[in-house]
Design a protein. Structure first.
Length: 303
């Protein structure tokens, strides 16, 4: 008996990288899996059914049950059909794990509208479409679980990723809203910000010694390290866990903070722009956040 024995799980972006490792581990733990992957390039171009088919073959070879779903999640109707197909095939749907994503990195002042929209469509819209399609079934059966993939690019920040960072922080807001709206139906929703070597970060430049050192550090953080947390979060053992943001970095698991007020200043007669400059600014300045990037917050080697 596996930890998710008999559960039906849809995994997007499951043909490669983190999604692939999650699908394989789900299979080992007894789940029935819909392996969704359009097989596009890193920037979202083209399609190839081979990656999803290969993962299905590995799951079945190990004695599991799965089928490939090569359609894009970035459209409302298609997402609904993907979820309905899982129910038609397996009789129910127990979890959706939203991993699929693309990159169109560009400095903000050079980013085009198509580059912005393409990333939003897959990451944020795709996560919403898939989650919303499953919600109808989750409500009917009074159970279900979502795992959404965020990123420290959104939680902390990186250079040249305004579209990706905005989408990934938006996914956190989506996950938290789902957790609150669906609690009455015993449905859970959590987010993971992974640190793992995959093609999603394989495009990081290696022009300087610091960049080369960073890439070597990232290569030690393999995608299979992310899968156990995702599988746990869709299992019954995680029945009390919802509305949380986790991070995984090799053998480390983190629980991220969420925005809450840290300082307060009251002025009984109200504020003017001048008094804000004179009183609020010096009072708050020492608690302002620096413009950190992910490496500033996680400077140590992964363990």
């Amino acid at each position: 008996m596996g930890m998710v024995d008999g559960k039906v799980v849809v995994v997007t972006g499951a043909g490669r990288g983190i999604g692939r490792e999650i699908a394989l581990l789900l299979g080992k733990e007894g789940a029935k899996i819909v392996v969704n992957d359009v097989g596009a390039s890193l920037d979202g171009q083209g399609s190839d059914a081979t990656p999803a088919d290969e993962v299905v073959g590995l799951i079945k070879h190990a004695g599991g049950d799965a089928y490939a779903e090569p359609r894009s999640i970035a459209e409302w109707q298609t997402a609904g059909e993907i979820i309905k197909g899982a129910v038609d095939k397996f009789g129910r749907i127990d979890a959706v794990i939203n991993v699929a994503g693309i990159l169109r990195d560009r400095m903000f002042h050079n980013m085009s509208e198509p580059e912005w929209r393409a990333v939003m469509d897959v990451h944020l819209n795709g996560s919403f479409y898939m989650s919303r399609a499953a919600a109808t079934y989750f409500r009917q059966q009074n159970s279900g679980a979502y795992v959404h993939f965020s990123s420290t690019s959104g939680l902390i920040g990186n250079i040249g990723q305004a579209n990706y960072a905005a989408a990934k922080l938006g996914i956190v807001g989506l996950s938290n809203s789902i957790a609150r709206d669906m609690k009455r139906f015993n449905v859970r929703s959590n987010a993971i910000a992974p640190s793992a070597w995959s093609r999603m970060i394989g495009s990081i430049p290696t022009d300087t010694p610091d960049q080369q050192k960073r890439v070597e550090r990232l290569k030690s953080m393999t995608a299979d390290k992310i899968a156990p947390l995702a599988v746990f979060l869709v299992s019954d053992a995680a029945s009390e866990v919802t509305g949380q943001i986790f991070g995984v970095r090799k053998n480390e698991i983190f629980l991220f903070s969420q925005p809450r007020p840290i300082r307060s200043l009251h002025r009984s007669e109200g504020w003017t722009p001048q008094t804000i400059a004179e009183h609020m600014l010096p009072a708050f300045r020492k608690d302002f956040y620096d413009l950190d990037v992910t490496m500033d917050v996680f400077p140590w080697d992964p363990v």
